[in-house]
Ligand binder design. Structure first.
Ligand code: SF4
Length: 267
């Protein structure tokens, strides 16, 4: 379902000193948007709240988001997250109901998930926090999200609901002319920094095979303008992305015209 399932990359938390080094460097380059997850579960990170607090202290106008499976969003963690002023919490959910969800996420509990999300919503409303809840419905093999049912189930808790395809589904979608010719937006709008400090070309390279440097050796700005990355971007602009190692077999279909938001919160 997720690239991480078969990943051989070392599973570890980022050293907090390295994290601070990255944020200090980001501040110098006027970077203010951060997503604190990359094929891992951020709520398991012992420094999560400290990390959000550090960003908000250093870069008060920052936008911080994280993707989570929502399973350990306990009242205590929810309270700490809201008090840290995280801007967006996106919860990934597969399946349309308890049976489908628990069959896909073996060992997980639909009831606990619902309780956690409902508690988070209640705390936000009661405390008038600005944190937004996003619900991401993932289409997986043979289990597609029923959009109306999904809105009925999760609409009262979330600010935004959207759907995504799993990699297996993406791989089955026929590549359109847009997918073939348009440059992949991953190279132009985001930088992925792994726990080791290695920077990889995009969020789909979960093994970090195409690293073009490390934040311990170069600044974020140097890495962003590095010749390797510039060369990759030009190949994409020239319609040659299928000639690039790794992009050649990538199933990510970055359709710039895709509309995936289903609804806004109505209650
Ligand atoms: S085409 Fe795939 S591998 Fe290449 S940059 Fe885009 S997401 Fe990454």
């Amino acid at each position: 379902m997720c690239g991480k399932d078969n990943s051989i990359r070392v599973k570890e938390h980022m050293d907090f000193e390295l994290f601070k080094h990255i944020i200090d460097d980001a501040k110098k380059s006027n970077i203010n948007a951060f997503q604190l997850s990359y094929y891992g579960e951020p709520t398991l990170c012992p420094n999560l709240i400290e990390a959000i607090n550090y960003i908000k202290e250093q870069i008060p106008n920052s936008f911080i988001s994280m993707n989570t499976n929502g399973l350990i969003l306990t009242p205590k963690l929810n309270k700490n997250l809201l008090n840290s002023h995280i801007d967006s919490i996106v919860i990934s959910i597969e399946g349309n109901n308890k049976e489908e969800y628990e069959a896909i996420r073996v060992g997980s509990s639909w009831n606990i998930l619902r309780k956690n999300i409902s508690n988070l919503r209640e705390m936000i409303d009661r405390g008038n926090y600005s944190t937004k809840i996003g619900i991401m419905g993932l289409n997986v093999d043979n289990v597609y999200i029923d959009q109306e049912l999904y809105i009925d189930t999760w609409g009262e808790y979330s600010d935004t609901i959207f759907t995504r395809n799993s990699r297996q589904i993406e791989a089955k979608i026929e590549e359109s002319i847009f997918h073939k010719l348009l440059p992949c937006r991953s190279l132009f709008g985001q930088m992925v920094i792994m726990t080791s400090g290695d920077v990889t070309q995009c969020g789909n390279d979960w093994e970090g095979k195409v690293s073009y440097g490390n934040v311990k050796d170069s600044t974020i700005l140097e890495l962003w303008n590095s010749p390797i990355l510039q060369q990759l971007r030009w190949k994409h602009i020239l319609g040659q992305k299928r000639k690039i190692n790794y992009c050649d077999t990538c199933t990510y279909k970055a359709d710039p015209f895709r509309k995936s938001n289903l609804t806004k919160r109505v209650s």
